[in-house]
Design a protein around this ligand. Structure first.
Ligand SMILES: Cc1cc2nc3c(=O)[nH]c(=O)nc-3n(C[C@H](O)[C@H](O)[C@H](O)COP(=O)(O)OP(=O)(O)OC[C@H]3O[C@@H](n4cnc5c(N)ncnc54)[C@H](O)[C@@H]3O)c2cc1C
Length: 373
């Protein structure tokens, strides 16, 4: 046996799960295909629920110091309506994913997890002695453990063994990059809603920020395959964002991902648990993915610990994990689908935004509801 637990993927879900299990004294190996720090397409917004989860993990201080704290969110509509909504409690954070994910992985290593970077897991094998196959020095090597945790994100290799992914309905495609000379002064977290598409902006201050636009496939097909043109077309329909990006200079290449949206998987198999995006995703519009990954890591670590202690990591013994996920995330999944539905109806979205502009307390309540997994 090469480890008690092999965690595949060192994003927030994988590193937080590895950290929790290493602290409980298990021999944990965490494997990622990337070398850290690595780039991850993201809006880089952590809601107060994510910050609270980092606090429970005992790593918030270092990560907060690496980011920019937010007391609320700025939301703008395509008709020029703007809303600034304060968080009802706690604070949010903007932090570059390269930094966040690296800091979490270093914490897992500090807690005793063995870290293997630049190593792609080619396959996972469920069973009483679960295993993964990795490519190393031109050879395929099989590593075994008492439990394999799939935290390898959206296109999870481990998840392919646990069951098919629910197809993403009305999924969006995203395109984003870092910019300088943005026309905005202070740090701010922005959501810009447009006629059928939207954009998020992590504005770090001093004109530096990460801007990500999300739109249906038909939008990108209409404007052609050129990322520069697609991004410009998305911003042109978002008046407040168009002002911010006018004259800005792009610092990094555009990165695209998709389709993204609500999709779930069975999260257990014999000797296998899935956590984070590997187990399911929602539309990134509401900026909840990192909070769900960190909260999911708490559930996964509890269930893994109980299974390892009683020496039974069969799918039957892990069944409680599915129930815990449904109980914890059910409302979030439902709310995300409702908001996605509204987001695809520009007139309704504009109407909602105008109401929120008149009722800041309602906006604060909504932001609070979207911050708690
Ligand atoms: C464009 C975009 C914008 C978003 N904006 C936000 C936002 O502002 N706020 C928010 O909270 N959420 C946002 N999300 C969602 C958020 O990024 C995810 O929910 C979150 O990253 C999930 O964490 P994870 O650890 O499950 O997966 P990931 O962060 O994707 O990590 C998975 C890891 O697994 C590794 N891996 C994958 N395959 C293999 C393999 N075969 N072998 C070894 N390693 C492998 C990858 O290299 C990666 O490091 C956004 C998502 C997208 C795509």
């Amino acid at each position: 046996m090469d480890a008690d637990v092999i965690v595949v993927g060192a994003g927030p879900a994988g590193s937080a799960t590895a950290l929790r299990l290493a602290r409980r004294g298990y021999r944990v190996t965490i494997i990622d295909r990337a070398r850290f720090p690595r780039v991850k397409p993201c809006g880089e917004y952590l809601n107060p629920g994510a910050v609270a989860a980092l606090k429970r993990l005992g790593v918030a201080e270092e990560i907060v110091a690496a980011g920019t704290a937010l007391s609320g969110m700025f939301v703008a509509g395509s008709d020029g309506t703007t809303v600034w909504a304060a968080f009802p409690a706690g604070f949010g954070l903007l932090v570059p994913r390269a930094r966040l994910d690296h800091l979490l992985l270093l914490q897992a290593a500090r807690a005793g997890a063995d870290v293997i970077e630049a190593c792609r897991v080619a396959a996972a094998f469920p069973g009483a002695r679960p295993a993964v196959a990795v490519r190393h020095a031109g050879r395929t090597v099989r590593l075994t453990a008492r439990l394999v945790i799939g935290a390898d994100g959206l296109r999870s290799v481990v998840a392919r063994r646990a069951g098919p992914l629910m197809p993403v309905a009305n999924g969006c495609y995203t395109i984003g990059a870092y910019f300088e000379r943005l026309n905005v002064t202070g740090p701010r977290g922005d959501l810009h809603l447009g006629p059928g598409w939207y954009a998020g902006a992590a504005l770090y201050g001093h004109g530096i920020g990460n801007v990500v636009a999300a739109a249906p496939r038909a939008f990108f097909q209409r404007v052609g395959g050129d990322p520069e043109r697609a991004f410009a077309a998305a911003c042109a329909g978002l008046p407040a964002l168009a002002r911010i990006v006018r004259g800005a200079r792009r610092l990094t290449p555009f990165v695209s991902v998709g389709p993204l949206g609500y999709a779930r998987r069975r999260a257990t198999d014999d000797g296998i648990l899935l956590v984070g995006d590997a187990a399911g995703t929602i539309d990134p519009m509401t900026g909840q993915g990192i909070a769900l990954a960190l909260r999911g890591a708490e559930l996964a670590a509890e269930v893994a610990d109980a299974a390892l202690r009683c020496g039974d990591a069969s799918a039957r013994a892990l069944r409680g994990y599915e129930r815990a996920r449904a109980q914890t995330f059910g409302d979030v999944w439902r709310a995300s689908r409702i908001l996605q539905w509204i987001g695809r109806r520009p007139r309704l979205a504009t109407h909602l935004l105008r109401r929120l502009a008149l009722k800041p307390r309602l906006a604060t309540w909504l932001l609070g509801a979207l911050s708690e997994p």
